[in-house]
Design a protein around this ligand. Sequence first.
Ligand code: ATP
Length: 458
Amino acid sequence: MPRPDVLETLVSLAKRRGFIFQSSEIYGGTGSVWDYGPLGVELKNNVKARWWNAMVRERDDVEGLDAAILMHPKVWEASGHVSGFSDPLVDCKACKARFRADKLGDAVCPRKPSKQPGEHADCQLTEPRQFNLMFKTFIGPVEESASVVYLRPETAQGIFVNFLNVQQATRQKVPFGIAQIGKAFRNEITPGNFIFRTREFEQMEMQFFVEPGTDMEHFERWKQTRLEWHLGLGLDRDRLAFHQHTDKELAHYARAAFDINFDFGGTLGFQEIEGVHNRSDFDLRQHQEFSSKKLEYVDQANNKRYLPYVIETSVGADRVTLAILVNALREEAVEGEQEGRTVMGFHPALAPIKAGVFPLTKKDGQPEMAERLASALRKRFPVFYDEAGAIGRRYRRQDEAGTPFGITIDSDSTANDSVTIRFRDDMGQIRVATSRVAEVLGRYLEADHARADSRLVE
Ligand code: ATP
């Protein structure tokens, strides 16, 4: 049974709660370009920080980099993007829509959505022609062919051209990797499905340089490491699957490639969120040839020099964020209440806001006590203070924001200096001394808990 399609529900929740807005909405919107609102930017930053920690900070064999978006145009000749980074485009002369010839099976005919393009009696599809996906612009004031530059369609090339700079500056020995997070741009023919496929997006890429002959062993290791990273985000195991590239899908230089696919539900189903590729020495060899600069690694200990092979892990920050949103959305019934609730059950470490602080009433010094607590907690993590409306509604708003903990200050709080912590996932509550709130929440965050569990409060 396919999982339900939740994208429409998510698009409206994302707008209502401030996760994601359509770009330039007041002008009618820019197609397939999205802006991250207050909650969205926190969520995506948490995803990126988790990746950076796992890939760079917690390892001694991967270095960080932040290369520029604009690069020398020859980079894209060497990489093969100028000649080959294209998708086959077909036009329909009847309805003027455009489709990717290799994805017609996933597309719908605008005149009859139950049919695919080409199946309606009026369809007039042209022969496919290659359409280059790179955005072109000009450097300097003169718009001429000599000043053409491209917005990078992937972050990887910034790593390849800096391979020796990083290796020499850090004195890393092969095997080692270089990682970076940054924007990439692709003039996609058929963007869509919310932030799944957009024309401007962020990639988190790592190139691991290894001695030829050891590449498949590193490839297998990175495949597993990356799958575990996704599991660590709280993505359900049965929504994740490897997809091995067939000979037809494999790039000509690639020795092996696996995608990590996630089940987005509905007609989208399982789709790539990350690629793990064995790229051989293709990229370094191309750059060596086009730049006429030697890019060999010198292994002094073993008196060898060679062009390393590259194992690449390439994941979209936006696509993973969408997977997290899809995975987190729960619409549940609540016992004893007519209205159910919508909960974003994020892993607490990813939740944009960690705690909501609520005075039960606006009297008896409760707001003052709540504000004091909120500002003390803000030094540790993002906190939302809310005194507006019935307490049940305030809880529901934070459930939709995915906030794991709600702290309520009531009339007992001012009398005996204690508060209630309410947990998002089971709505269970515990009572703790005000002075211990930060420490207790810290324990739950570390234990990845958003359920009442008194064992953590001894
Ligand atoms: P697809 O087949 O979906 O076009 P791809 O195989 O071209 O993707 P890669 O070039 O391997 O993708 O890019 C690595 C990752 O970057 C993808 O797994 C995805 O998470 C992300 N990505 C690629 N294109 C887009 C896009 N247009 N919008 C959002 N994320 C993207």
